[in-house]
Design a protein around this ligand. Sequence first.
Ligand code: DGL
Length: 262
Amino acid sequence: MIGVFDSGVGGLTVVKEIFRYLPEYQIIYFGDTARLPYGTKGEAFVKRYSAKITEYLIKRGAKIIVIACHTSSSWASESLKKQFSIPVFEMITSAGLEASLKTKNNKIGIIGTPGTIKSRSFEKKLLKINPDLKIYPKSCPLFVPLVEEGWVSNRIVLETAKEYLSGVKSKRIDTLILACTHYPLLEGTVKKIMGPKVSIINPAKTVAKEIRDFLENNPKTADNVKKGANHQFFFSDEPYNFKKISHLCFNRKMKIKVKDPF
Ligand code: DGL
């Protein structure tokens, strides 16, 4: 199985893309709704629970891990890659690469949770690829609760997005990374504000393509990853507005199990 985890329901945007690019593989998902949000938590907390969740998913049969949460990817991916022997995918590498290839004027904006922005994870990755890049980061903490309310394009969302994005827009960036699980659901609103000349990078898509390429090139691992449609969705507490979010992502109902294993 492909083990996917997030602080809550936002990681379903990543599952959506895995379903699109790797439709034959089975998924086991864990959303840590008992402890969310991760975006405003400290590094040690996020590392601790990311490791516990990874261990839990491996015990339940995951053969590769996808850290769908950008905050966990930012704080914990390096330690998880060292700690566990199975392949661990995170949200930063493929999105960073795509952004660096897309930009023409070398100006890239990054929007994410306070934790992701504070960690400078995307900046570090991007500057390693190309030290000439100019990076403009901005945390947008209100986006997560707005999306969880099912609000993705109303006037409140539009005004909030205008306020958050005016700074990066004024820097004349030509590429913007949506560095949070929830933000792909705001892509339409973000596009409206940034205009047609700005390329929007959705890391949920780039990571799904990265995993597809990896499995094509690693048939032994691919054989180990169970195929089938018997997907499992676990949450450590009742997920708020799950129906709305899963509807926004998949347009269909999902069966879930609620249990806190920690
Ligand atoms: N999943 C988180 C992320 O992508 C956003 C929600 C949270 O703060 O827990 O960073």
